[in-house]
Design a protein around this ligand. Structure first.
Ligand SMILES: Nc1nc2c(ncn2[C@@H]2O[C@H](COP(=O)(O)OP(=O)(O)OP(=O)(O)O)[C@@H](O)[C@H]2O)c(=O)[nH]1
Length: 369
């Protein structure tokens, strides 16, 4: 699949030749908002590159996460959750997701296994009806299915030694999962604690997804992007759908995104997590300056909002909210740059930025051709 552009190929000289039998390709991750697409990609690549939050439509840009194993390279293309567009930004999100569908080797359609299949899932299933590429229906949040505790074998059974074995296995699994991040000298994502990759029990809700998959003859995978259960099997399933191919990216790279973009996203994540509901969707972050000094990275960034009434919420009483956003963002960015960070945040009102395609592009939201 020809997914590389001139920019990607600029680093081609650094990419080693792939060993015999090596497989590679692009995996599109698609699904309703909030089903856990970004959490899944972060876990698979072993590094927090996509922001996640309980607020739907957190992901705005197409984002690539790269997982390189000894036998394969998978390039995950995270897409914004598909929903009915309400304004210009919504249209950009849906359009980008549709483009992603057309340019990957295999599609992973992620659904939320803690609830039954709904209208949103069927809307996406319909979009995929005439899709020519292989599709896997990924049932996520297996850890959160109601009654899961009763279905699974109790973990406390067995001897102390068995528990010790499990802990050892957890440690080993975690180590293998974070290998990519370690190679890149980056701190692994905090949720990168993998449980034993035991087969997951079927659940009542799974039937609604089985019906959805059967009608389109899709394969199913069940997992938890939060605990890592089932992800080893998912990885293998995805690799089986890839063709023999080269390294598209250097083996130690975990994302194609520039560091500045991820810095902005880490700040936006804290705005989503810490402010009231009316602010998040009208927020964009501009990274104005990054100065790397020997012992510290100094960053100046601006939070753009649409209405002046939102400014008060973002700044908070006596500047407390902005301080909290700054402090939490700084801690996240420190993990990204693996060093000390000084972060200065400004808030600016930029009316109707979501309606303007030009302004969206300026703020880094790519409108795919
Ligand atoms: N219990 C549980 N929660 C999960 C799991 N995966 C994701 N979540 C939670 O679900 C919420 C949404 O996760 P995201 O990864 O942001 O979802 P998304 O599909 O990327 O969302 P959009 O960007 O809106 O499309 C977050 O609060 C996650 O912590 C899982 O396997 N189990």
């Amino acid at each position: 699949m020809s997914e590389l552009n001139d920019h990607d190929q600029a680093g081609f000289g650094l990419i080693p030749a792939s060993p015999p039998g090596f497989r590679s390709g692009f995996v599109g991750i698609i699904g309703r908002p909030n089903v856990g697409k970004s959490t899944l990609m972060n876990y698979l690549v072993g590094q927090k590159i996509a922001i996640t939050s309980p607020v739907a439509q957190t992901t705005r840009n197409r984002l690539r996460g790269i997982l390189t194993t000894p036998t394969a390279q998978l390039i995950f293309v995270d897409t914004p959750g598909i929903h009915k567009p309400h304004h210009q930004l919504g249209k950009v999100l849906v359009k980008n997701a549709q483009v992603a569908i057309q340019s990957v080797d295999v599609l992973l359609f992620v659904v939320d296994g803690s609830v039954e299949a709904g209208g949103g899932d069927r809307f996406i299933a319909n979009l995929l009806t005439h899709c020519q590429i292989p599709i896997i229906l990924g049932i996520n949040k297996a850890d959160q299915q109601p009654g899961q505790d009763e279905v699974e074998a109790p973990e406390s059974e067995g001897t102390g030694d068995a528990d010790a074995d499990k802990q050892q296995s957890d440690v080993e699994s975690k180590a293998s999962n974070t290998k990519n991040a370690d190679k890149a000298g980056l701190t692994p994502h905090p949720t990168a604690i993998r449980k034993q990759d035991t087969p997951l029990s079927p659940h009542l809700f799974d039937r609604s997804y089985q019906e959805l998959a059967a009608s389109q003859q899709w394969n199913i995978a069940k997992f938890s992007a939060l605990t890592g259960e089932g992800l080893e099997a998912l990885q293998q399933q995805l690799i089986q759908h890839l063709q023999p191919g080269p390294y598209y990216y250097p083996p130690d790279l975990v994302t194609d995104q520039p560091e500045r973009f991820i810095m902005g996203e880490l700040i936006r994540e804290q705005v989503l997590l810490l402010t009231r509901e009316e602010v998040p969707h009208s927020t964009a972050i501009g990274i104005d300056r990054v100065e790397e000094e020997p012992t510290i990275t100094r960053i100046l960034a601006t939070i753009y909002i649409e209405r002046s009434s939102q400014k008060g919420i973002l700044i908070g009483k006596g500047g407390e909210m902005l301080k909290a956003i700054g402090s939490a963002s700084r801690q996240q960015i420190q993990k990204l740059v693996a060093g000390k960070v000084y972060l200065e945040l400004f808030v600016k009102v930029q009316p109707k930025w979501r309606q303007s395609s030009a302004r969206l592009a300026e703020l880094g939201y790519r409108v795919e051709p």
